[in-house]
Design a binder for this molecule. Structure first.
Ligand SMILES: Nc1ncnc2[nH]cnc12
Length: 365
């Protein structure tokens, strides 16, 4: 019976992992495509697009409520057995220090969402996705500074390749400039997208740093709480931007003028909120069930998919520079992940060896 329980627990974790992978795949390709759809057909509100990235945060209340109910049930069972005299579990367990960290990271995310949405308004999706590919390089760099990530020849190689990939695009900037857009607007969009990749590359290790300094055991539900607070503060930040820019008043007018019709305008807004939430929910889900490496792999693997879909749906040009940039990015990813896998293997081997030495020490005194 115990064995059955163990099997079903492993299966449950596998099912959860597959589910989160699917959610992440949908979010990482769907998010950039739907927001481009908004811009192409007459949407102009950058603050609104930024707001939509995190505005569907109430989604997080569903897994949090399930987790709370389960904790309460388990507490009620142990209490009625007389096995535990612990106080009833609280719906939110975050300590103040972690809460403050989540608020600060949320504000930075709000800034990042604005940079990303600004770039997305000016650039074709195929170009912006390739620029965002450089994010992995920035993450490695900032993780080295903030959480003392060890840089290996593989990760350094990948940083160089990913930077080169973005540089190839920059050299020929404007080659795929959308009709009616000035060169200045295009370049500004390009710079904003690079800044978004850099800032997001800074935010990820910052989140890891706050987990490390939390003085709390990070469980899945605690990570969800962190994400919830982060998304709420990013949404508040973007709401202020929308209020100052009078975006709320503009929504009805924009809906009336939207090329695909009013109903589809609101449909695009609702779906972008859902798809971006899939991106965030999938990312943390995969990190919890597997690792941040796996979540990075999925995002990278989906890059060519986004490229193909943007060429099919939006008839974007796929020129030689994009081909070279995509090749360099994929090479960079492969180098990075190969290095990571090799390092993890070595770590596991060392751990096993240490374990065996300890065991032998006990058996043969
Ligand atoms: N705001 C954002 N949303 C999605 N992906 C990103 N990459 C960098 N910034 C991003």
């Amino acid at each position: 019976m115990a064995g059955d329980g163990a099997i079903s627990k492993t299966n449950l974790k596998r099912i959860l992992l597959v589910l989160n992978c699917l959610i992440l795949c949908i979010g990482t390709t769907g998010g950039p495509l739907i927001i481009r759809l908004y811009y192409i057909h007459g949407g102009k509100r950058v603050w609104l697009a930024s707001w939509l990235e995190t505005a569907a945060f109430p989604v997080f209340f569903i897994p949090l409520a399930i987790s709370y109910i389960r904790r309460r049930q388990s507490w009620a069972t142990t209490t009625s057995d007389g096995r535990s005299g612990s106080p009833a579990p609280r719906p939110f367990r975050m300590k103040p220090i972690l809460f403050i960290a989540a608020v600060l990271v949320g504000i930075l995310s709000g800034v990042d969402n604005y940079l990303y949405s600004y770039g997305g308004a000016r650039l074709p999706v195929s170009t912006s996705s390739l620029i965002i590919a450089s994010q992995l390089g920035f993450t490695a760099f900032f993780a080295f500074l903030l959480v003392k990530l060890r840089l290996t020849p593989y990760s350094i190689n990948s940083v160089v390749l990913l930077t080169l990939g973005a540089a190839v695009l920059a050299l020929h900037a404007g080659g795929d400039r959308p009709e009616g857009e000035s060169n200045r607007q295009y370049i500004l969009g390009f710079v904003m997208m690079v800044l978004a990749a850099a800032l997001y590359g800074f935010i990820l290790p910052l989140v890891e740093l706050s987990y490390n300094k939390a003085k709390q055991v990070m469980t899945y539900s605690l990570v969800m709480e962190y994400q919830l607070v982060m998304c709420i503060s990013a949404t508040i930040f973007c709401t202020v931007g929308m209020l100052i820019n009078k975006d709320f008043q503009a929504i009805r007018r924009e809906a009336k003028e939207f090329e695909l019709g009013e109903f589809k305008y609101y449909l695009v807004l609702v779906w972008s909120g859902i798809l971006w939430q899939c991106f965030f929910l999938g990312t943390i889900g995969v990190i919890f069930c597997a690792s941040s490496l796996t979540s990075g792999i999925i995002v990278s693997v989906m890059l060519p998919v986004t490229e193909v879909l943007s060429v099919i749906f939006f008839k974007e040009k796929f020129n030689a520079e994009k081909g070279v940039s995509l090749f360099l990015s994929l090479w960079g990813f492969t180098s990075y992940f190969y290095g990571e896998i090799k390092q993890n293997k070595k770590k596991n081997q060392n751990q096993n060896q240490n374990h065996e030495t300890e065991m032998n020490g006990h058996i043969i005194p």
